[in-house]
Ligand binder design. Structure first.
Ligand code: NAD
Length: 373
């Protein structure tokens, strides 16, 4: 089978879905690897590095798509590129198929076997393929560095000849994968760190990183280990306690999310107005609308001396390591159907009894692998 990756076209996207490391592994597994020239530039991978890893490099993106039995990507290609894929080819990446009707249509029209990895079940077996986790780790790390950069204060406590500087107080809202990495990073920079989440099990996780769990009196564990949406009463209670607490906080890093829904609005304009000038909010949830009411995606705004930053695609800003992890995730996922490099009638053989394939594929399929509906 031929596994391929083209240069990412989405604006600001620097990551790449195949690295020389995974290229070598694919070749060792019996696959042929095709890469568009320049595909690794944003992630500091040269064409020569791919060549040395056994890849064939092509100048033309269309030729890369046409050669692929399995096209690996970070963000979904445009509908026009999908139309260049072979009938029945597999497409794996953060595809967000429903975000663009033309793309969804192209996937279906071409009979593409699409695996949007945001649909991957988050089971123990899937951990090594979990791109949401690996990329969230980089995002949480970078969010804290942005906050430190914007803050007019030190993070650590300093004892100097000019007297003592007290450490910054950092609050991390939402302690999932990104939030926990943010807590760990802020802690390493020497800040006093607190975190809160509506899933009660996060208390222990926050504490194990040296953070303090901020108890806002709301517990809302939902399905599949995720949070559920809060009721109006729960939200009001959370907000009342949070508003008071934020008056003493220097830096807020927001990471709260509820699957399939816009980001919960947690930090209101009134709360920001109550914060001290010189405080900083970095809102990782900007992509899905923001946890802070003042967040503007892709911008940093100022309100009453408080900087509110809504960075987008932070994983891409750490493209080297983000790609390293992402590419390994994709390699592990592709092994579910490439283990023996087999092609059946020119198509890859998918085992639709494998829950990871069956639950990730889009559109959903019947048990025998035929399109549902
Ligand atoms: P996410 O990005 O969907 O959400 C981030 C965090 O926001 C979550 O911890 C969530 O509880 C929290 N949140 C939602 N609403 C909130 C509110 N109103 N106030 C405060 N916090 C709020 O989550 P994620 O980082 O992708 O991970 C979510 C869960 O999935 C975690 O339990 C994680 O351990 C689990 N997980 C399991 C696996 C696995 O076993 N394979 C892999 C990754 C993650």
């Amino acid at each position: 089978a031929t596994v391929a990756a083209a240069r990412e076209r989405a604006q600001g996207e620097r990551r790449v879905a195949i690295t020389p490391e995974t290229c070598r592994k694919f070749v060792a597994a019996g696959a042929k690897v095709v890469i568009e020239r320049g595909a690794g530039n944003g992630a500091a991978v040269t064409d020569e590095a791919y060549e040395q890893a056994g890849a064939t490099l092509l100048d033309d993106a269309g030729a890369v798509y046409a050669a692929a039995d399995v096209l690996l990507c970070v963000q979904a290609p445009e509908a026009g590129s999908i139309a260049c894929l072979r009938e029945g080819a597999a497409l794996v990446g953060l595809l967000a198929p429903q975000a663009d009707p033309a793309r969804a249509q192209a996937i279906q029209a071409r009979g593409i076997v699409a695996f949007p990895l945001e649909r991957l079940p988050r089971t123990t077996r899937a951990q090594a393929m979990d791109v949401l986790s690996s990329q969230a780790g980089m995002a949480g790390y970078k969010a804290v560095l942005i906050a430190a950069q914007l803050a007019p204060r030190f993070f650590p406590m300093l004892t100097t000849a000019a007297g003592t500087i007290r450490p910054s107080k950092v609050l991390v809202v939402g302690a999932g994968v990104a939030g926990l990495q943010a807590i760990a990073t802020a802690k390493r920079l020497g800040a006093q760190v607190e975190g809160f989440d509506v899933r009660p099990e996060t208390r222990e996780q926050i504490e194990s990183l040296g953070g303090r769990f901020l108890d806002l009196g709301v517990s809302a564990a939902g399905e599949g280990g995720y949070a559920r949406q809060l009721t109006d009463e729960e939200r009001a209670e959370q907000q009342r306690r949070l508003a008071e607490h934020l008056k003493g906080i220097d830096v807020v890093v927001c990471t709260a999310a509820v699957p399939g829904r816009p980001a919960p609005k947690i930090v209101t304009s009134a709360m920001v107005a109550g914060m001290r000038p010189g405080s900083v909010i970095v809102d990782l949830a900007a992509e899905t609308g923001g946890n802070c009411e003042l967040t503007r995606p892709g911008e940093t705004v100022e309100a009453g001396g408080v900087a509110v930053s809504g960075p987008l695609n932070l994983a891409s800003s750490g493209a080297v390591h983000a790609s390293e992890m992402y590419a390994r995730n994709l390699y592990n996922f592709a092994l579910l159907f490439l283990a023996d490099g087999r092609l059946v009638d020119g198509r890859i053989g998918f085992d639709w009894d494998d829950e990871l394939l069956a639950k990730t594929v889009w559109p959903e399929r019947n048990g025998d692998g035929t399109a549902a509906g």
